[in-house]
Design a protein around this ligand. Structure first.
Ligand code: NDP
Length: 311
């Protein structure tokens, strides 16, 4: 019997995903139908993005799993009608690689003090070499698929890397902490702090007046995680009083960031428009196909969301 797969993402995405998905599904050798329009009662799998028109999963009586195209699941995880196994996207070749490049690039910008020479209208000859990576401790909040890959890339460059997760971990190249004391250890030592936590009720405002006060004076904050991780008024105050030297922010509570938001004009803030990384169709399609293969073979799905934890 044919496996029926509904593609339910923003309509612009179908053109990018149809061919890679067909190629990946052909490679796993199942008999399938793939479409953006199917009778709900016959659908086996939904390839999903939370901004699609499908918000009520109750008519999908035969559904075996929902396979998300995004890593972030904060909106879908709250959907009470989504009760079948729900997998998030872990796309090592595309999404993760893109995040590693973005994080390493922005970390090196601040580590090397590149801005001083890129924009130098007064022709200042400030001949002071930056420290080497070994003298610049870097911290990562979030040691999941993205945080671990970024931390290991930074460690490979020579940075001393510490990281914080919800559960204890042992990761090559990263000194891993958990718990409240663990957070304090990472914050106290990180001259550059990168946020790669998911948005959950527990992670909201992880960066607040109290935690910012623990950081070394002039520390750099880089946030490609989610806007909710930061209490914005506290960060702006820390930027104004010099506790934080610069914040590079890719994600915000409201996106697009409103034109009158103070982040746009703050001299020590760089705003990037949620471009740190994205799922790439060829590699993401292979991840989706592998999960469908597993579902059909009765094997456990990869990358399942823990609804209680919220990510
Ligand atoms: P994962 O789920 O793999 O990792 C999440 C990490 O956060 C885990 O290490 C987890 O701990 C930790 N964590 C979760 N809750 C807590 C908590 N309460 N206290 C301490 N640590 C916690 O996610 P990914 O690495 O794949 O993605 C991270 C986030 O990056 C996404 O949720 C998304 O918001 C963002 N993102 C941003 C993009 C962009 O372009 N800006 C693109 C893609 C993703 P543990 O390991 O113990 O479970």
């Amino acid at each position: 019997m044919s496996v029926n797969i509904l593609f339910a993402a923003h309509k612009d995405r179908w053109a990018q995903y149809e061919t890679p998905l067909r190629r990946a599904l052909d490679a796993i050798g199942i008999d399938y139908a793939l479409s953006t329009d199917m009778e709900p009662g016959g659908v086996d799998y939904i390839v999903y993005a939370p901004n699609s028109d499908v918000q009520d999963f109750t008519p999908y009586k035969r559904l075996k799993a929902v396979l998300n195209l995004w890593a972030g699941v904060e909106s879908a995880v709250k959907n009470p009608t989504l009760t079948v196994p729900f997998a998030r996207m872990v796309d090592d070749e595309g999404l993760t690689q893109g995040m590693v490049e973005w994080v390493v690039g922005h970390t090196l910008r601040h580590h090397l003090g590149m801005d001083a020479h890129i924009v130098n209208p007064d022709c200042e000859w400030a001949a002071k070499a930056p420290p080497i990576a070994a003298d610049r401790p870097v911290g990562l909040l979030g040691l999941g698929a993205l945080g671990t890959a970024c931390g290991q890339a930074l460690s490979d460059l020579g940075f001393p890397v510490s990281g914080w997760a919800r559960t204890p971990k042992s990761i090559d190249g990263i000194t891993a902490y958990h718990g409240k004391d663990g957070l304090q250890s990472v914050l106290e030592t990180s001259q550059i702090l990168i946020l790669l936590l998911p948005s959950t009720p527990e992670t909201e405002n992880t960066i607040n007046a109290e935690t910012l006060a623990l950081m070394p004076k002039g520390a750099i904050l880089i946030n490609p995680g989610r806007g909710t991780l930061i209490e914005d008024a506290a960060l702006l105050a820390a930027l104004d009083n010099g506790r934080i030297g610069h914040a590079t922010l890719d994600v915000f509570r409201t996106e697009p960031l409103p034109a009158d938001d103070p982040y746009w004009t703050h001299p020590n803030v760089t705003v990037t428009p949620h471009v740190a990384s994205e799922t790439r169709p060829p590699s993401a399609a292979r991840v989706i196909a592998e999960n469908i293969r597993r579902g059909e073979a009765g094997e456990p799905f990869l990358h399942l969301v823990d609804r209680d934890a919220g990510y």
